[in-house]
Write a protein that binds this ligand. Sequence first.
Ligand code: ATP
Ligand code: MG
Length: 456
Amino acid sequence: MPRSEAAPPASPADAEAVPAEKTYPGSPRVIARGDHDISRRQIDPNALKVLYRLSKAGFFACLVGGGIRDLLLGEEPKDFDIATDAEPDEVRALFRNCRLIGRRFRLAHVVFGRDVIEVATFRASHAVDDEDEDGVVHDDGRILRDNVFGTIEDDAFRRDFTINALYYDIDGFVLLDYTGAMDDLAARRLRLIGDPATRYREDPVRLLRAVRFAAKLGFDIDAKTAAPMAELGSLLCDIPPSRLFDEVLKLFQTGHAVTSLEHLRRHNLLQYLFPAADAALKAGDEPFTRLLRCALENTDRRIAVGKPVTPAFIYAVFLWPALLREASALVDEGESTVMAFQRGASRAVDAQQDHTSLPKRFAGPMREIWILQPKLELYHGRRARRLLEHPRLRAAWDFLCLRRDAGEDVQHACDWWQQEMDRAETGTRSAEATSKGGSGRSRRGGRRRRGGRNRT
Ligand code: ATP
Ligand code: MG
């Protein structure tokens, strides 16, 4: 049932009117339209449609979260989230193009083609001994289900960082600040709302979110917010690896991978995502330190110019020390390098699934990037040239070049493959292929050398 407690609902027609003295639960600091830089033009028209429809139906709805934060920082927002006093079923009843998602956190998605506007009902926090269906808290303080609805004020205080808890009320174009967010934005400071240790225990992923926002925005993490981070890091062991995978992508594939790594290391959190990489860095493994640095710089550069990046590549780098360890053990047991890489890859992938899972669609290509490494290094001849048709050759070659940039002695192989790929692209055949007797013979008719069944 509509229950807007504030002034008359806004609609496009009367949106310009400033409502008389609208009051809000809990008396937030209200930043008037003349005192901030956000304008309606900067907001996704679909988000505006949803806001106006909710408002017209008598609900109270605001923009909230990263979209508002980013606009105030002069950044392009990724998306606009809406918070409202309408419950999920009520939102669904208002929009034909709406579906409800999530169990841990139920919310509505209003779909406009490829644009999805997320609409969440105001949530209240709930006590640790809460046993009812809608809000479930684990013994260790972790919130397992978060569906206890509340007021906008409750909602503000259960968000993570102050700068993520600003609301924009389109009805009057005002910003509502319950948590001191405006001061933190001005000071470029990331501060958790409430007692940091409690908030990390409720949801340990906030540890990674602290790292992410500090890296993305170039903010300092407030001293009290930073203090318990290292000590509470082990709470991440209880987070489903699939959720950690999502966080890894946000840390390392959104343009600030280098700074994300710095923050993770500063707070000793890398071990919970990539234990072998963390151990290698801590042991002062220079080649790997350089490899990782080059890879992350490269990823940031690619994102800056709009080139695609894939988790397969980032994972191939982070798990490289694990692979090398496994492969070298297998070589010591008498396995060939190529076979050791294949079996070592399976072991490294299996071990990683306990930390941050890697979906099969990325694990496959990652293994191929790895397994091609020794093959690209043993580069000559006709068999090598067959790899030119391999779908992962380009990515594997990029990886080889990264190893070269990090100081490995593979320059020659990098050059040879570059030439071959260029030739293949222009359709010319190398003179070497002809001289080695590769030309004119069908693949079947060609001589097969030992181990030839291991074609990729
Ligand atoms: P981004 O621009 O990276 O999407 P964001 O701030 O929008 O950043 P989201 O993960 O999209 O981050 O979450 C939207 C909002 O939901 C956040 O701004 C924050 O207010 C709230 N939120 C998200 N995750 C948590 C969490 N784990 N604990 C508390 N509040 C959260
Ligand atoms: Mg967001």
